[in-house]
Design a protein. Structure first.
Lengths: 114, 452
């Protein structure tokens, strides 16, 4: 697996107007922020607080989109919608585990971009 | 972009990544002072600091976006709110627009450009808004009674009382007076001292607009209403919506148009030229004329029904020659104005100059006085306006001569002298022209009453 299987930083480049320093700044914030948000999602799922899961998925989705993390953004949206409308609840723990594994991989790759 | 005033921007966004993203972009311009808030509670606590712009994520953890927006608008309707939403939530952001948000931004690739464009637009908007406030204050100050209408003669005191009554009411006002007595100044003073002062004052000089155009000028026209009507255009009545329409020289209005104007004033609605639908109007009308309208009615030149409709509160402005010492008072005001505009030391007016001003008959009234004073200010030397600096250019020279109050003998001498100069000192011809005996003229020459 390589970074391009998970994300395309061209989108972030466009969003930051090609400012490399700004790109790195935003990558750093994502690396700091994403594990906290992931933990919040896991906690919400365990406590079956689906609204909270939806809300945190909503937040992480926005940053994933702007960062160009295409491998996770659709799933973040699906988790947001399922949490919000309390649908497909039985599938959520497995999907979250997969989401977690991919996100850890993404963070590792992103750390090497700095 | 202007470097005049920093823009205070509050970013309200619970997602830290996005919060930083917005902050970084906004700070690219040094003139943006940015503060971040991750929940509604902290933001509302800081709201009394009056930000110029708020970027508002509609999905905050502790309060709905529409509620936050409502609180902002309650605090100050002048704060520009930018609703920020995810791509799936555009409809919610659009709802915020309906509630008074200035614009919205979707979190996508274009966020940065859109954000910077909108904030720049807001900056221009704020500058324009401040400019409008300043200009409005200047205009209000200019048309404040103490600055615009000057005089304490008994006739003017009477006029002031009427003008004050006009300000307090919405009644139609008709102003009459000779040319140059300040009919438009009075109309503006009424407008800017009434509760309509924040709405437009639209003047129309009826006599200055060609007869064929006046209808469309007043009532507007639809596209294609006549050759050359390429677009729809609103007329002066609609332009003055909520404010005051000043119809100057109403006595010059064509009789056919008078009927249309009467209908508009009665129905409080108009139809644009070439249009079918009616448009409601809410306009105060002030009209003015130098003619005696009741005479015009008698002569059949002005419709009687329109005359009574427009008469409302009649204000008759006295001619300057009837205003006694006001002439000197107004002259001093114009001198002050001139010196201020030209940044020179205040000029003084000699008592001989004052007398000369007081004796003159002012056919052009205040307008003429202003011109005479400006010329006198230019001609004055050593900060002093003398009698010689007061130069009249009035076309009514007979009146000028009569106002010199000479004896009959002096007038005779002056007339004969003028005729002799005109007819190359030909005494016989002058005697014939003036129907006096030639010996009378010879005698005056002999006695040195007339120099040749």
């Amino acid at each position: 697996m390589k970074p391009s299987d998970f994300y395309d930083l061209d989108r972030l480049k466009r969003a930051t107007g090609g400012d490399e320093q700004f790109m790195k700044h935003m990558i750093r914030i994502f690396i700091d922020q994403a594990p906290i948000q992931l933990q919040e999602m896991l906690d919400a799922s365990e406590q079956k607080d689906w609204k909270a899961l939806g809300a945190t998925s909503h937040k992480i989705k926005s940053s994933m989109r702007s960062m160009g993390i295409f491998s996770l953004e659709d799933e973040a949206l699906a988790l947001e919608q399922d949490g919000k409308y309390e649908k497909n609840l039985e599938t959520i723990p497995d999907r979250l585990a997969l989401f977690q594994a991919k996100l850890i991989q993404v963070i590792e790759f992103l750390s090497q971009e700095l | 972009m202007s470097s005049s005033k920093p823009l205070k921007v509050f970013v309200v966004e619970d997602d830290e990544w996005y919060c930083n993203f917005l902050e970084y972009n906004l700070k690219l311009n040094d003139e943006n002072h940015v503060r971040k808030f991750q929940n509604a509670k902290d933001f509302l606590k800081a709201l009394p600091e009056n930000p110029d712009v708020v970027t508002l994520d509609y999905s905050l953890p502790d309060m709905d976006g529409d509620e936050v927006l409502k609180r902002i608008k309650e605090h100050s309707p002048d704060i520009f709110v930018l609703a920020i939403s995810g791509q799936e939530d555009v409809s919610t952001a659009v709802d915020l627009l309906r509630l008074g948000a200035y614009d919205y931004i979707v979190k996508d690739d274009d966020t940065r450009d859109r954000l910077l464009n909108i904030v720049n637009r807001i900056r221009d908007n704020i500058e324009l808004r401040e400019e409008v406030v300043t200009l409005r204050q200047e205009v209000e100050k200019k048309y404040d009674f103490s600055n615009s209408i000057i005089g304490n003669s008994p006739v003017m005191t009477q006029t002031f009382k009427l003008v004050e009554k006009a300000c307090k009411s919405k009644i139609t006002v008709s102003i009459t007076g000779e040319t140059g007595t300040g009919k438009e100044v009075v109309a503006k003073s009424i407008h800017y001292n009434s509760d309509k002062k924040k709405k437009p004052f639209v003047p129309v000089n009826v006599s200055a607009i060609p007869k064929d155009l006046i209808e469309s000028e007043l009532f507007g026209h639809e596209k294609g209403a006549f050759t050359g009507a390429a677009n729809r255009r609103i007329g002066k009545f609609e332009e003055a919506s909520g404010g005051t329409l000043f119809l100057d020289e109403i006595g010059e209005m064509d009789v056919n148009l008078q009927a249309k104007l009467l209908r508009v004033l009665q129905e409080r609605e108009l139809t644009r030229v070439g249009g079918n639908s009616t448009v409601k109007i809410d306009v105060r009308v002030i009209c003015a004329t130098h003619r005696n309208l009741s005479e015009e009615v008698k002569n059949g030149n002005f419709r009687e029904d329109l005359y009574y409709r427009l008469l409302g509160l009649p204000i008759s402005l006295p001619a300057l020659r009837e205003r006694g010492k006001d002439v000197v008072l107004i002259a001093s005001h114009f001198i002050k104005e001139y010196c201020k505009d030209h940044k020179i030391k205040l000029l003084t007016l000699s008592s001989e100059a004052k007398n000369k001003l007081m004796k003159y008959h002012w056919p052009g009234n205040v307008r003429e006085l202003k011109a005479v004073i400006e010329l006198a200010c230019v001609m004055a030397e050593e900060n002093h306006i003398t009698e010689d600096n007061i130069i009249f250019n009035s076309s009514n020279s007979l009146q000028d001569i009569l106002l010199k109050e000479m004896t009959l003998k002096e007038y005779n001498r002056k007339i004969i002298k003028t005729y002799l100069e005109k007819y190359n000192n030909n005494v016989l011809e002058v005697a014939k022209k003036l129907d006096v005996g030639k010996s009378t003229i010879y005698r005056m020459i002999q006695n040195n009453e007339i120099e040749m």
